[in-house]
Design a binder for this molecule. Structure first.
Ligand SMILES: [Zn+2]
Length: 377
């Protein structure tokens, strides 16, 4: 994503010192969840899990009406166009004191211009970052007008009730309604259906479509041994009973009504033996990635506690990225890693020092988000 640009129509910029950062975060959040929406749209009808299929289809029909191949294609194209605008254009926000004082509008943009230009108004300032009628949702709404898909407000369809009614009564218009796109994402995120898209190379227990992932291709330092997926454990600490991919069923300790973070089609737990284990994953950052504007985001969970470091493969310098205290298995802990943690072009390593007290089954769970080269085709 390119840094966002603010264009002031007057000289009141100093009255809004946080607006640049605020719009940057909202734009980045919009981009991450539009990726997540595309992931659900592409995979939601094909994955073997019937739970996933039913939930994805129901959600689609709630906002875009009865499922139909043509409308499905229309929605995917619109989200791809929104994704491409947010990720490749310099999003430019036009602001003035007069507009920011107005309490009638969130934003506006020109239909079918694909120029990345959006006007911001007073209601945006009062909106929450996440949730219904959120800041990131406003960005999705306005960007949907802006891409060349003829997405309008359909006679001022703004409320949840109006949006759902439009989907029931006139699905064709629902697929050309900005509020439908905003709510599809906002309510998908709120229900857990839509999340940022994890990178299979640096997330644990990837089981997309039930297939095996490619064997690790990076060369590791001598004292590593092969663990599960592309995560490896230090030799000598015991590798534990790694998840059996072929069985496809989670360890009983983590079944649906346990209090561990539930397994899903995006990531699964890696087993860890009692006491201390070190897990490691290495990854490559392409020279074309601008590390000033791209951070790696993700979330992790651990039984019972642990520390996550970035390790420089050349100097072996370790920089703390995130720390989880016991008990750390029942909730996600978000992390962000950037150049301040030593992230650089070429080979990088994330290392997880974890400790499982008490002798029961331990585990590590990591979802690292894709942040570059995400293909929507
Ligand atoms: Zn609108």
């Amino acid at each position: 994503m390119k840094p966002v640009k603010l264009v002031w129509a007057d000289n009141s910029a100093n009255d809004y010192p946080n607006l640049q950062k605020d719009l940057e975060l909202a734009t980045e959040t919009a981009l991450r969840y539009v990726r997540g929406a595309l992931y659900v749209l592409y995979n939601g009808y094909e994955l073997k899990s019937s739970y996933r299929i039913d939930k994805g289809k129901k959600h689609f029909e709630r906002f875009f009406g009865a499922f139909d191949d043509g409308r499905y294609t229309t929605v995917i194209k619109a989200f791809k166009d929104i994704h491409n605008e947010l990720s490749t254009r310099q999003m430019t926000y036009y602001v003035s004191k007069e507009n920011l004082d107005s309490k009638k509008l969130y934003g506006s943009s020109q239909e079918n211009q694909a120029d990345g230009n959006i006007n911001i108004f007073g209601l945006y300032l009062k909106a929450p970052l996440l949730g219904q009628d959120s800041k990131y949702g406003v960005i999705i709404h306005e960007t949907s007008h802006n891409v060349i898909d003829h997405i309008s407000d359909q006679n001022a369809t703004y409320s949840l009730a109006e949006t759902e009614a439009l989907a029931r009564k006139d699905p064709e218009r629902a697929t050309h309604c900005a509020e439908s796109y905003e709510y599809y994402v906002e309510f998908g995120v709120a229900s857990g259906l839509i999340t940022p898209v994890p990178d299979p190379n640096t997330s644990t227990g990837w089981v997309d479509r039930g297939g095996d992932i490619a064997p690790p291709s990076l060369s590791f330092p001598d004292n590593y041994s092969v663990g599960d997926g592309k995560f490896r454990a230090w030799a000598g600490t015991g590798k534990g009973s790694y998840l059996d991919r072929s069985s496809g069923s989670p360890h009983p300790v983590r079944d649906a009504d346990s209090n561990w973070v539930g397994e899903n089609m995006r990531s699964r737990w890696l087993d860890a033996p009692a006491d201390k284990t070190t897990f490691s994953v290495m990854f490559n950052i392409n020279n074309s990635v601008d590390l000033d504007t791209n951070m790696i985001r993700g979330r992790w969970a651990v039984d019972d506690e642990g520390e996550m470091y970035h390790v420089d493969p050349q100097t072996r310098a370790e920089t703390l990225v995130s720390k989880i205290g016991a008990p750390g298995y029942g909730h996600w802990t978000e992390f962000v890693a950037g150049t301040q943690h030593g992230l650089k072009h070429g080979t990088n390593e994330f290392r997880f020092y974890i400790r499982n007290a008490g002798g029961g089954p331990g585990g590590l769970r990591v979802e690292t988000e894709k942040f570059q080269d995400w293909s929507t085709t």
